[in-house]
Design a protein around this ligand. Sequence first.
Ligand SMILES: *Cc1c(COP(=O)(O)O)cnc(C)c1O
Length: 392
Amino acid sequence: MDSARTPTASRTPLRALATEAVHAGRDDLARQGLHAPPIDLSTTYPSYDSRDEAARIDAFATTGAEPDGPPVYGRLGNPTVARFETALARLEGTEAAVAFASGMAALTAVLLVRASLGLRHVVAVRPLYGCSDHLLDTGLLGTEVTWTDPAGVADALRPDTGLVLVESPANPTLAEIDLRALAHSCGSVPLLADNTFATPVLQRPAELGARLVLHSATKYLGGHGDVMAGVVACDEEFAGRLRQIRFATGGVLHPLAGYLLLRGLATLPVRVRAASENAAALVRRLAADPRVTRVHYPRIGGAMIGFEVAGDPHEVIAGVRLITPAVSLGSVDTLIQHPASISHRIVDADDRRNAGVGDRLLRLSVGLEDAEDLWSDLDAALDCSVRGAELY
Ligand SMILES: *Cc1c(COP(=O)(O)O)cnc(C)c1O
């Protein structure tokens, strides 16, 4: 049996994060005479023992545990994807992790797990990533949301509350929440912390009391702007429910994406630390700059910066040359975007502004380029913003 499929995180003493990043999910390779992980592209798996397969399918239907022995069908689980899941669970310090085709597919699965138990009410704190806000606010999945601030969460809970959902640091304002205090206010209702911005390198929400840790793995976990994926790190019981929803709704991750994500995790600690150093250097320059009215940067650090300009933010976007003007984040190269126009466009304008996402806010995802090169580009783009404003 492929040992990467066994969720051993809870039983194995945790090695240092940097060690787990390059070894987790690969523990069996040397014994198999391999160095790089194999990619298993099979959609189905032959078995001459259909009695045994029936028993394993029954077991999956009961608990959602990964079938013992050979896999059955790609939608039930894939060994390459399982390596990534094992590794991410180790990094987040949870028993298990379940991967999906995107961050939104992962969030959808969590909401469906709770709604299927009749727990359709969600308590959430703004700001959230624009599409997460949209999914909750429209009630597209039959859920109902109460928006509140962290201090209001306890009072917002109802008997049918299935989930409390927060981001910290939040997209795009970098607002931070005391997750330990919040987890306490949630009582027995699961707290989901979207850890996309911090990554397990800077913050491990499960240690602070969050039952569910969500990532848009499209961002830092993949890290190179070429994989779309989502993942939920959690206890084995919740993971079982998530696998059953994934099986029934089909939002599976492709094995090639699973391979690229495992490869991305190996350099995650190095990438996050180096990009964070670059970000800290840019924050110092931006904070002292008269063309910038406000800088948002979280206490825990990281490679994401929000800043508000005195002039026209659209001219900054038009003015960058080295930095790529594009939505998304967490890649090796630096990206900039205007949340009110793109990542948070789908949120109602008043709700967006009330959540602190102003019309002059820009979001910068700092990459691994030389910090001085990045500053020269930003400096020139900020000059464009001032000229743009003078034309008004
Ligand atoms: C991008 C993002 C998502 C959605 O992830 P996709 O992979 O794009 O579906 C969710 N949460 C946060 C914080 C994000 O930045």
